[in-house]
Design a protein around this ligand. Structure first.
Ligand code: URA
Length: 274
């Protein structure tokens, strides 16, 4: 079998999987636990340590489910998982823009298919292109800490990018590339239906809000997406920007705390108060 025959077969398979995903009652052999699938089963066992402005995003906070807080949404989670995996197969063979030719592999996104919180970054870098996973480089380490500071684990949120393929030399994705990829991101949001989305950096903001949304004016300002009026959107700085400008962490932490309050996640104790 030639390479092109095998990718045609793969394409057919993913389309079938995707169609199968449209039937939510299709049984799966396993069931998933989704600790943040509902409004409040999550409690933090310990508050975030330290002043977030100084030692920001300490991460690694354990969370647990309250007794009786088992996942009440597992069928939806399974169906979302099937739909996402079908969509991911389509993305894997996408050639809708020039990035499809130069990438090693598409980076679809990862996380809880029914996450209440979604992060959207810019696009894969070298490490992501190599591993096929989003946010695994230095910026990814910081993002993981940011998620930890919110009392969550990476696998409890969903992480995706404005474009699924690495731009050569890690350049910023162009308008044409963002536009070509946007429908995949909208499909991801449609399937996951998070309660809140954090847009990380200017590219994600341009992609999801308007082209007239400079980060300097929209950062920290609650926004919404025309197609998803119920989802609360927080534009903030990209972790890569924070690596270069650590003084901006305090602003991002403020934004993330705002998002936590939207989701009724327990806020860390104010270090100044008992
Ligand atoms: N890694 C990603 O997946 N996205 C970014 O925006 C940056 C690094």
């Amino acid at each position: 079998m030639t390479g092109s025959e095998s990718s045609a077969d793969d394409g057919l398979l993913v389309h079938l999987e995707y169609l199968a995903g449209l039937y939510p009652d299709l049984p799966l052999a396993h069931s998933r636990q989704s600790p943040v699938a509902e409004a409040s089963p999550v409690t933090r066992t310990s508050p975030v340590k330290g002043d977030p402005g100084i030692s920001l995003f300490p991460g690694g906070e354990e969370i647990r489910q309250e007794p009786g807080g088992e996942d009440r949404n597992s069928m939806n989670g399974e169906s979302a998982l099937i739909k996402l995996s079908g969509l991911s197969g389509i993305v894997a063979s996408c050639r809708d823009c020039p990035l499809g030719e130069s990438r090693t592999q598409a980076v679809f996104g990862e996380g809880d298919p029914k996450a209440r919180l979604m992060f959207i970054g810019e696009g894969p870098g070298a490490e992501e292109d190599r591993t096929g996973r989003p946010f695994v480089g230095r910026a990814g380490e910081l993002l993981t800490k940011m998620i930890g500071a919110m009392g969550l684990k990476r696998e409890q949120v969903y992480i995706a990018n404005a474009v699924k393929c690495r731009p050569p030399g890690n350049r910023t994705p162009e308008l044409l590339e963002r536009d070509a990829c946007k429908h995949f991101l909208l499909d991801q949001i449609r399937i996951i239906r998070p309660g809140a989305i954090v847009l990380l950096g200017q590219t994600a903001i341009f992609s999801m809000l308007t082209q007239n949304s400079p980060i300097s004016s929209v950062r920290g300002v609650e926004s919404s997406l025309p197609d998803f009026p119920g989802i609360r959107v927080m534009p903030t700085y990209h972790p890569a920007y924070l690596l270069r400008n650590p003084q901006a962490k305090v602003l991002v932490w403020k934004d993330l705390q705002q998002v936590m309050s939207w989701l009724s996640l327990p806020l860390p104790a104010d270090p100044g108060k008992k």
